[in-house]
Design a protein around this ligand. Structure first.
Ligand code: AHM
Ligand code: MG
Length: 341
């Protein structure tokens, strides 16, 4: 029987890899795992909401039922705001920076998160998840500011996601590889199930993109997708698109392949624009993908190099097995192989 390692023990071991660490980051990650367990419990009960009462309304006992994404937002905020590790937070659910209330101490880290990504899928029982990243503040002390949050993905000190699927899994990295844990609900612990996840350089031939948008992509992206469907690519590749980034990227991390949410010219007729948010979705996932040996790009620059200019900035996302993403980039430069279409 393999060793049973809880996420708590793993976090402490990772901390030992940084002799100057104070334990702050470990404490912050540990508090986050508690929030994830609370959200997981509620997501698992989502199907019962129609029996017990409708979301956003009152249930049969007269209690108010909060929408799940709002609930996840509140759980994370309430679990972290008081622990003294953070100077501020930023969430996909909040238009502005989230300040730490006056009465609590301010810490040296910033938390960026998407509390429940893919929540529009929840009624169909499709996997949804939480994505997060942690940055070190730039200002010295006091309340955190926008300058503390608007940092490139290269400054991330830890990132991860939790997928609330057939089981609940958390994948995280503090820059020492990418590690996966499965929640055992009977003991209430995340247990190490996927140590040191490495994405195959040449993964399974899987492409993952919403082809319904294809007529609004740039020509080179269209050519690439035609190519992966053709025998010239050694394929055709298998198409797999869940429409929940967490689930699509999780599969890509485990099996390899390429996940894309490319520039769309409906969003900006001149330059095109991505859908996914840099701070809450693209950069944390890019950090994990690189830790697992893959590449994450917009098609023109590495996602981790982008310095955000806005809390809710959106970027095109192409990430996955290094060989596949490099091939996509060759198409973007106009020198990819030509498929007979
Ligand atoms: P959300 O933050 O509103 O949930 O949107 C993000 C989701 C991602 O999980 C997923 O990859 C993407 O939107 C799907 O977009 P599309 O409907 O364009 O395929
Ligand atoms: Mg989202």
């Amino acid at each position: 029987m393999p060793n049973v390692i809880s996420v708590q023990r793993h976090l402490v071991e990772m901390q030992h890899g940084h002799p100057s660490a104070t334990g702050d980051l470990t404490g912050l990650l540990w508090d986050l795992t508690l929030a994830f367990k609370v959200i997981s419990r509620s997501v698992n009960r989502a199907g019962l909401i129609n029996i017990l009462g409708l979301e956003g309304e009152t249930n049969v006992t007269g209690d108010e039922v909060t929408k799940l994404d709002r609930f996840a937002q509140d759980v994370i905020c309430r679990s972290l705001e008081h622990d003294g590790h953070l100077c501020c937070m930023a969430s996909e659910e909040e238009a502005k920076l989230i300040r730490i209330p006056e009465r609590y101490p301010k810490g040296k880290y910033v938390l960026c998160y998407d509390p429940l990504d893919g929540s529009s899928n929840i009624d169909a029982n499709v996997s949804v998840g939480t994505i997060f990243s942690i940055l070190k503040r730039k200002t010295e002390s006091g309340d955190g500011t926008l300058d503390d949050v608007l940092q490139s993905g290269r400054e991330i000190v830890a990132a991860g996601y939790v997928v609330y699927g057939s089981s609940t899994m958390m994948v995280y990295s503090t820059g020492q590889g990418c590690h996966g844990f499965t929640l055992d609900p009977s003991v209430g612990e995340f247990l190490l199930s996927h140590p040191n996840i490495q994405m195959p350089r040449k993964g399974k031939k899987i492409y993952s993109v919403n082809e319904g948008h294809s007529r609004y992509w740039d020509e080179n992206t269209r050519r690439y997708v035609e190519y992966v469907k053709s025998p010239e690519s050694g394929g055709p590749y298998q198409g797999r698109y869940i429409g929940s980034m967490i689930a699509d990227v999780h599969r890509t991390l485990l099996y390899g392949g390429i996940f894309m949410h490319p520039r769309d010219f409906r969003r900006d007729p001149v330059h095109g624009q991505g859908k996914l948010r840099l701070l809450y979705e693209a950069a944390p996932m890019a950090f994990l993908v690189e830790q697992a040996g893959g590449i994450a790009t917009t098609g023109t620059e590495n996602i981790l190099d982008i310095v955000p200019n806005d809390l809710h900035q959106r970027v095109p996302v192409i990430m996955g097995s290094a060989d596949f993403v490099e091939e996509y980039l060759r198409f973007q430069k106009g020198d990819g192989p030509t498929a007979k279409i």
